[in-house]
Design a protein around this ligand. Sequence first.
Ligand code: FAD
Length: 476
Amino acid sequence: MGGTMISQELLERFTAIVGERHALRDAADLAPHLVENRGLYHGASPLLLKPCSVEEVSAILKLASETSTAIVPQTGNTGLVGGQTPREGGADIIVSLERMNRVREVDPVANILVAEGGAILAEVQKAAEAHGRLFPLSLGSEGSCRIGGNLSTNAGGTAVLAYGNMRQLCLGLEVVLPTGEIWNGLRRLKKDNTGYDLRDLFIGAEGTLGIITAAVLKLYPQPLGKQVAFAGLNTVEDALALFNQASSLCGPALTGFELMPRFGVEITARNIEGVRDPLESPHPWYVLIDISTSDSAETAERMMTTLLEQGFEAGLVQDAVIASSVAQQKALWHMRESMSEAQKPEGGSIKHDVSVPVSQIPEFMHQAEEAVMAAMPGARICAFGHMGDGNIHYNISQPVGVDKDAFIARWHEMNGIVHGLVLAHGGSISAEHGIGQLKRDELASIRSEIEMDLMRRIKRAFDPAGIMNPGKVVNV
Ligand SMILES: Cc1cc2nc3c(=O)[nH]c(=O)nc-3n(C[C@H](O)[C@H](O)[C@H](O)COP(=O)(O)OP(=O)(O)OC[C@H]3O[C@@H](n4cnc5c(N)ncnc54)[C@H](O)[C@@H]3O)c2cc1C
């Protein structure tokens, strides 16, 4: 729950910073910002501010600190753990960077791009492409999520295997601290060992330490060759063996290795318009393989053909298609990226965003399936994801015909089962989506006392007034 309501007089003072036109107060205008994508969290807020400069953000946070007013940063509102949703009670003001959406600079020689916190990810990708460069972060939500949110959640996505997550793609930051002070850390250096790494503290902090207003991002050459294949397999063990072969054969050219179960492919073909199962007959498991090469198109072609030949010979691959055009490549990726959306028409879905060491994926999957089915006969498991990073979205769709609310009421029980196994395998209960509200209490229960204490001390040092996104990640 949030704290006390904010007075009209104080709301006017906040509004004056950005101007009436850029302050939302109307219930209908605010409504889309009070709920997150999955509908798990509904908050309340009397005001949403859209500053247009770092100075305006600074003035907002200074006033907030002086008046102990809680601030929730929100950019694309595509986060999946409720970090961007205000608390109930109506005491949180939302700050949206959607007007601070410029790409300030692209330097293709230095391979860097400077973007504001409100720049939409897809626009940043396009700006890099216009200069013959690649910004590799790629997510299903890239048309609406924004750089400030991507950094604050340390977003992962489909190309982490080759390029790393947002932390690895960022060189420098500009941040407004909760006190209103501005930290200009827009450095462009790959090597910089000058004291504590403040940048890395803000990345993944989910808006609890300050507002990220701009960032220096890393660019890469556009690949000359790209191959995408979709293969049907019998077991997760076969998928792991094929991944091992692909890593050896392709090295850094292996850009994506995604695992999907039959149930996932079936519901995506059934529920998403334009998607069809690319293979003639069904298989228990599938992998999507993406290879990108920067020397020539032939290298990618040769790698993919050799990999699939080896896979067939070893009995790992049962059937496969290689996309023969860019449109087909996109169609295969679209199927994979629509798999979350495809679960919605199937009723309730209990989600897990977990990671385990890659070599332990098969054992984890078997144990989790056994435990989940024992606890909930009829559950339909849709465990898919970025196998190359050990990141599985272990989602459970409700058994056919059961009551959705009764199913969702078992969310924490099912979390306990899946997360227990994840921890036993040395894994993480949040691979790429973060902690937010959803996993805040669980975080405190799985991290050591000293680790939680250090996190709380960092929070207090950056945010003495406790105004930055309270109730998210850690309770102070
Ligand atoms: C269809 C779909 C697919 C997705 N796929 C992936 C995926 O593959 N990998 C992945 O990692 N995530 C994925 N996500 C989750 C989500 O898109 C990412 O977490 C994304 O990085 C959030 O960006 P956003 O701009 O929407 O942030 P928001 O949702 O607005 O905010 C997310 C968090 O960051 C904070 N925040 C936002 N802006 C700032 C700022 N400027 N300064 C400080 N804090 C800030 C918020 O307070 C909140 O805690 C997916 C989501 C959807 C809906």
